[in-house]
Ligand binder design. Structure first.
Ligand SMILES: [Zn+2]
Length: 195
């Protein structure tokens, strides 16, 4: 489809993000292999100043990406060797359980503060201070739980063996695929974007 190709004709389309302003950077394809990352010309403030990122050659960026992928593969392999994967899920699960225990304790404490106020044990000011104290603890622990749960989901969603096979598929094919569109698809199997 001609229309489709024109949308996605340059390598790294939609993948490269400017480290200065966060906008997507455009690539100018050159036949001699010296493709360029175009100057980032986004206006970054009300005064109309443009982003300072001048772009550059794509080649070195691609080399760095490859290095990073290889390094990441090495890390995953090391991790597999140490057989830490199931340990990690267990560890996080335990942490979540402990946090929930703490959460219940704080919620009980908050209830007691409310009861005491109802019974006339506290002044309104005392009540508010104590209530705030437990509310803060509850908020913090809830935030921690949500972080752990996210981590757990991530750990479970993809095993390290799967990671290795996805990385290998990438490394085996990335230099062999001619179609830029397919290459971009392959990039997106391992990263959302490059900053
Ligand atoms: Zn920029």
């Amino acid at each position: 489809m001609l229309f489709d190709r024109s949308l996605d004709r340059a390598e790294f389309t939609g993948i490269l993000k400017c480290a200065c302003c966060g906008h997507t950077m455009q690539v100018q394809e050159k036949r001699d292999g010296k493709s360029l990352i175009k100057v980032c010309s986004y206006v970054v403030n009300d005064k109309g100043d443009k982003c300072i990122n001048r772009g550059g050659y794509l080649g070195p960026v691609k080399d760095e990406i490859k290095k990073a992928v290889l390094k990441y593969r090495e890390e995953v392999l090391n991790f597999l060797k140490n057989d830490n994967c199931t340990d990690d899920v267990d560890k996080i699960t335990h942490q979540i359980q402990a946090k929930y225990k703490g959460l219940r304790k704080y919620e009980d404490a908050l209830m007691k503060v409310k009861d005491s106020f109802d019974l006339g044990d506290y002044t309104r000011e005392e009540f508010l201070t104590r209530k705030e104290k437990w509310k803060e603890k509850i908020d913090t622990v809830e935030e921690q739980i949500s972080i752990f749960e996210k981590e757990l989901k991530q750990q479970k969603s993809i095993s390290d063996e799967e990671k290795i096979s996805i990385l290998d598929c990438y490394l085996d094919n990335i230099d062999k695929i001619d179609d830029v569109k397919d290459r971009n698809k392959l990039y997106k199997t391992i990263f959302e974007c490059v900053i």
